[in-house]
Design a protein. Structure first.
Length: 290
């Protein structure tokens, strides 16, 4: 087995999440690369629109069965899961969370719309909060309140992604902004799918942003003081996504444009340096939700 499979997937992703791993000790960094590679692989299966839906569904079931073997201490077939197996054993990662994550990406096979925030939050819990709950087991924590923190921060990050990617998702036929919110602001799914920005669009985006901001504030408040150091990678993720979120707000949500708003590499590196300084000096890292 080539132990670099997960690391290569992580490097190739150029993800904001993967960026945060650099602040971790080498053993935890390798464990997070294995977990991230799993998440990346199942997400790519669900998003591969060159394959029929039923073929993707079968492929995701194969991933579910294979990671179940890894969680049971048996030998999985997929290289990523082979690398993930010792991580699962070392950190006690439970199968039900991997299953929940796969259920989340399976929702993208069946749904292009969400009627309510309740429905959307269930999706966000599965595809983002669950990743946070798995991650904190690798990071290590002492206060069980960290689970509430991971749940809230995961939703904050996913809501930020949804807001940034409104245009890109629309070009794939998806509208994640809840129908109840669209109606409240006089915007239709057809407007978004056509790339139109009606008069109520900015108020719609501002309302969604308000809810996003609440999740950042909730995460900030629920991080136990005793676990601030161990959550440094999660806090860096929060800081990077918060900077992206604030840029969207300052630019009045240009989220229907062909290219999504991004942070520059120097900006990300500056946030990384700030995180390192704060960890070394013992200053709380969180710089979001305020």
């Amino acid at each position: 087995m080539n132990a670099a499979v997960s690391e290569q997937i992580t490097r190739n992703s150029a993800s904001n999440l993967a960026l945060a791993f650099i602040v971790l000790p080498p053993d935890r960094r390798a464990s997070m690369s294995a977990l991230y590679a799993f998440c990346r692989e199942v997400d790519d299966v669900a998003d591969d629109e060159t394959r029929p839906v039923e073929e993707r569904r079968a492929a995701l079931q194969a991933w579910r069965d294979d990671v179940s073997r890894a969680c049971d201490g048996r030998e999985p077939s997929f290289p990523v899961n082979q690398e993930l197996r010792p991580v699962i054993a070392r950190h006690g990662l439970p199968f039900h969370l991997f299953d929940e994550l796969i259920q989340g990406v399976e929702m993208d096979l069946d749904r292009q719309r969400y009627e309510t925030y309740v429905e959307l939050e269930k999706y966000c819990y599965r595809v983002a909060s669950v990743v946070g709950l798995l991650s904190i087991e690798i990071f290590g924590y002492r206060d069980a309140g960290c689970r509430d923190y991971a749940d809230a921060l995961g939703k904050a990050l996913q809501f930020t992604n949804i807001l940034r990617d409104v245009g890109n998702d629309a070009r794939r036929g998806r509208v994640y902004l809840p129908e109840e919110e669209l109606q409240r602001h006089g915007v239709t799914a057809s407007d978004i799918l056509a790339g139109r920005r009606p008069g109520g669009f900015e108020s719609l985006a501002e309302s969604f942003a308000t809810r996003t901001r609440q999740y950042y504030a909730l995460a900030r408040g629920r991080l136990p003081a005793v676990d601030r150091r161990s959550m440094v990678a999660a806090e860096l993720m929060g800081s990077v996504y918060w900077a992206l979120f604030r840029r969207l707000e300052r630019r009045h949500f240009p989220v229907l444009a062909p290219e999504p708003v991004r942070l520059s590499k120097p900006r990300k590196l500056a946030l990384l340096l700030l995180a390192w300084i704060r960890v070394k000096t013992g200053i709380p890292l969180a710089s979001y939700g305020c």
